[in-house]
Design a protein around this ligand. Structure first.
Ligand code: HEC
Ligand code: HEC
Length: 433
């Protein structure tokens, strides 16, 4: 209890004091440093120590704390471990700053739960570049677009936030009342009330909804979520040039008969010069290999089929959608290993290699049982026909690849130009014309 109180105090002071720093990334690192230092030195943590970590040696008497803002409060909530039943898991634990708000370095699949012993079965996606995503919809042809999470089952980032707060394998709160109780217990609860217009005598449900709003607000206001300052952006602005390998990679990426990547991972500017976010927020079934590191997969009858379930339940009758997952952004892809919804691929080289050799060399990706390669083994046999067979896929085993090993290397070189610079100011979301 004592330590929780100390932690809450540090967090509440961290918000206004750190926010006085002009450089936002510096602010974020200050807070992270504080949190990691804190977790190591729980008992001995002091206010002075905190200020040194955050403000670079400033003391309490020489700095007037900046007033709280919606962003400063929401950012603290995003990093707030006290919102989880275990007291050990914050949103930021699975969506880490240094990895484009995707998985923590070195993790394969997220771990959570009351006792921090429950493994999730999906990889934590990057939360960057979601501002132009929309609610889930089926278009005139019944094709799915938009939505949040790998299966699009949340219609907004606010709606999505309810998921991890209540998921028994994540922050594992028993119910809305448990979340509201934890929020009321935060030392900066009053700042939350003032910055998010929480009504006096708010009900548990109202507190929960305001918390959801705060998470959406954080992702909207923090410029770290839309940096647009990668080498790719600089080339678009004419202030950098691609190497020969990067240039070849981009051409392969865009070519409809070769990589065909851009047909899903949009690479062209929008009609008003909007920079591409490398996804059109559509859905596809790629037929990824089953990841046996997922504990649930020990049950041979368990399948994560994306749009048609089990996490999502409203489209289970649309069996032609089984196996489809949302196209993710490829911005910052070099930072977000492991890859794909089931974290079945560990390196970027192999993620691109999967596209190149899934069909010509399936034995590289799937296990062989009694001499037969178990292609698309992460889907029930009945749905394996749903898997995409057009470029860059669709070759017969042994035939000439659409993407050679050299092409894969060039594609990887190009994809590495999509990494933002978190130490530099954000670029404009549109290309100057
Ligand atoms: C235990 C790890 C974990 C924690 C904690 C966690 N997330 Fe996630 N997050 C995930 C995973 C895994 C997914 C993908 C879920 C799915 O597809 O079902 C995800 C998906 C998301 C998405 C959707 C991204 C997209 O591309 O559509 C958002 C937004 C998000 N999380 C925000 C949050 C917020 C806000 C919190 C805190 C309230 C949070 N997450 C806590 C692991 C986590
Ligand atoms: C038909 C649409 C489509 C095409 C074409 C396509 N992708 Fe993808 N891509 C997806 C989908 C859908 C996913 C997520 C699949 C999953 O996890 O089940 C994905 C995931 C990825 C990932 C992993 C992303 C992450 O965050 O884990 C990489 C890397 C990638 N694609 C690169 C490429 C490259 C390179 C090409 C061209 C050679 C390409 N893609 C072509 C739809 C497509």
């Amino acid at each position: 209890m004592k330590t929780t109180k100390t932690y809450a105090m540090a967090a509440s002071l961290a918000v206004p004091t750190c926010f006085a720093l002009s450089n936002h990334s510096q602010l974020q690192r200050g807070i992270n440093l504080t949190f990691s230092v804190f977790s190591k030195l729980l008992a001995t943590f002091t206010l002075l120590g905190y200020l040194t970590a955050c403000g670079g040696g400033a003391t309490a008497n020489t700095q007037t704390p900046a007033p709280p803002t919606p962003l400063s409060v929401a950012q603290a909530l995003f990093a707030e471990k006290a919102l989880s039943a275990s007291g050990q898991l914050a949103c930021a634990s699975c969506h880490t700053d240094d990895n484009a708000h995707a998985d923590a370095t070195g993790t394969t699949l997220p771990i959570g739960g009351v006792n921090m012993d429950q493994q999730g079965f999906r990889s934590s996606p990057s939360l960057m570049y979601l501002a132009s995503n929309s609610a889930f919809r089926l278009d005139a042809n019944g094709l799915p677009f938009g939505g949040f999470t790998w299966d699009g089952r949340a219609n907004s980032r606010a709606e999505q936030a309810a998921g991890p707060l209540l998921d028994s394998a994540e922050m594992a709160n028993a119910d809305v009342a448990a979340v509201a109780r934890r929020v009321r217990g935060l030392s900066y609860f009053n700042d939350f009330v003032s910055q998010f217009n929480v009504p006096a005598a708010a009900t548990d449900q109202q507190i929960f909804e305001k918390l959801q709003t705060a998470f959406q607000t954080y992702q909207e206001l923090d410029t770290d979520y839309l940096l647009f300052n990668s080498k790719f952006d600089k080339v678009a602005d004419g202030t950098a040039t691609f190497t020969a390998a990067e240039q070849r990679g981009l051409a392969i990426f865009n070519s409809p008969t070769q990589g065909n990547c851009a047909s899903c991972h949009t690479s062209r500017n929008g009609p008003n010069g909007e920079r591409p976010v490398f996804t059109n927020f559509s859905y596809a079934a790629l037929g990824l290999p089953r990841n046996m590191q997922i504990q649930k997969n020990a049950d041979a009858t368990f399948f994560d089929m994306g749009l048609c379930g089990p996490k999502r339940t409203d489209l289970s009758a649309r069996t032609e959608l089984c196996g489809q997952f949302k196209v993710p952004t490829l911005r910052n892809i070099a930072l977000t290993a492991p890859y794909f919804h089931n974290a079945s691929v560990s390196t970027l080289n192999d993620a691109v290699g999967f596209y190149a050799t899934r069909d010509i060399d399936p034995g590289r990706w799937y296990p062989t049982v009694n001499g037969v390669v178990q292609k698309f083994n992460d889907l029930p046999v009945a749905y394996r026909n749903n898997v995409l067979n057009t470029a860059p896929f669709g070759q017969q085993p042994g035939s000439a690849p659409l993407l050679s090993a050299g092409n894969v290397a060039d594609l990887v070189s190009f994809l590495q130009t999509l990494t933002d610079d978190r130490t530099a100011p954000p670029g404009s979301p549109t290309v100057a014309r």
